[in-house]
Design a protein around this ligand. Structure first.
Ligand SMILES: Nc1nc2c(ncn2[C@@H]2O[C@H](COP(=O)(O)OP(=O)(O)O)[C@@H](O)[C@H]2O)c(=O)[nH]1
Ligand SMILES: [Mg+2]
Length: 249
């Protein structure tokens, strides 16, 4: 079967949180979407769960088992690099395992990027508009807004939401460059991808802005059991500074 899109799902210690039924139901209802479930050196039985989710549909749902825990960015990177050589792979993305963004949005994001050849990437954006269900705890909402503002000032890119765990990229020569080298930060690799893209486009911000699309999600909810701790938030600001120094012209 022709499967133009691979979605990488990074999974770390997800044994009690992984929405198994939601995933398998979606797999069967959407046989044309390829998935790669990446176990990132989990200390629990996440790998068994992932193998079980893939069983009987191995062609459509792959499992990548990383022996060591490298963090979300590295798990995503390993998954993307593994997916790129797949024949017929036109889009590659990643999605948080807790399904804070419902899987249904994969089709919406893919439809937009497919219809607009100038786009290199499309990101889910958590915008709390009337008529949409975007539920985030107030503290995370405001911290998140602050972070996004700092990032958009640092990168000089008016982006609203860098940290949403739902992103899809058009496969091209550029994609490999974006994911080739290990990320220097653990939690803000999304920002690093953007910094690499800006560098790749020769700091031509018009070209960058015309190639990225933020898609306001219909639905997003904070899922309990987040691995992000308050100190990670502080570290994230320093990480943005590091990215700035590493990638500035
Ligand atoms: N690979 C990897 N993934 C992680 C790690 N921690 C969290 N994740 C994954 O990253 C995604 C988002 O994690 P989550 O804890 O929900 O973070 P939040 O929603 O940003 O607060 C999930 O798919 C997790 O399984 C980690 O150390 N390594
Ligand atoms: Mg989460």
């Amino acid at each position: 079967m022709n499967r133009p899109c691979t979605i990488v799902i990074p999974c770390y210690n997800e044994s009690t949180r992984f929405p198994f039924e939601q995933f398998t139901t979606f797999f069967d209802a959407n046989p044309a979407i390829h998935f790669l479930l990446v176990n990132d050196g989990s200390k629990d039985n996440t790998i068994d769960l992932l193998r079980r989710a893939s069983r009987g549909r191995e062609d459509q749902v792959g499992v990548l088992d990383q022996a060591l825990n490298g963090g979300k960015g590295e798990a995503v990177r390993a998954g993307v690099l593994a997916a790129l050589p797949r024949e017929g792979c036109l889009y590659v993305g990643f999605w948080d395992a807790d399904l804070a963004t419902p899987l249904e949005a994969i089709r919406e994001l893919t439809a937009v990027i497919a219809g607009r050849p100038e786009l290199a990437m499309i990101f889910g954006a958590r915008v709390k508009l009337l008529g949409r269900q975007v539920e985030r705890r107030a503290i995370r909402h405001y911290l998140g807004r602050m972070f996004a503002t700092v990032v958009s000032m640092t990168l000089r890119l008016p982006i609203y939401d860098t940290q949403c765990g739902a992103k899809i990229f058009r496969v091209s020569g550029e994609t490999r460059v974006l994911f080739d080298a290990p990320f220097c930060t653990r939690w803000v690799f999304d920002v690093e991808i953007l910094a690499r893209f800006i560098q790749l486009r020769g700091y031509n911000m018009e070209s960058v802005q015309n190639s990225i699309y933020e898609f306001p999600l219909e639905q997003w909810r904070d899922v309990a059991g987040s691995r992000v701790r308050p100190q990670d938030f502080v570290r994230a600001f320093f990480d943005v500074l590091r990215i700035y120094r590493l990638y500035r012209p």
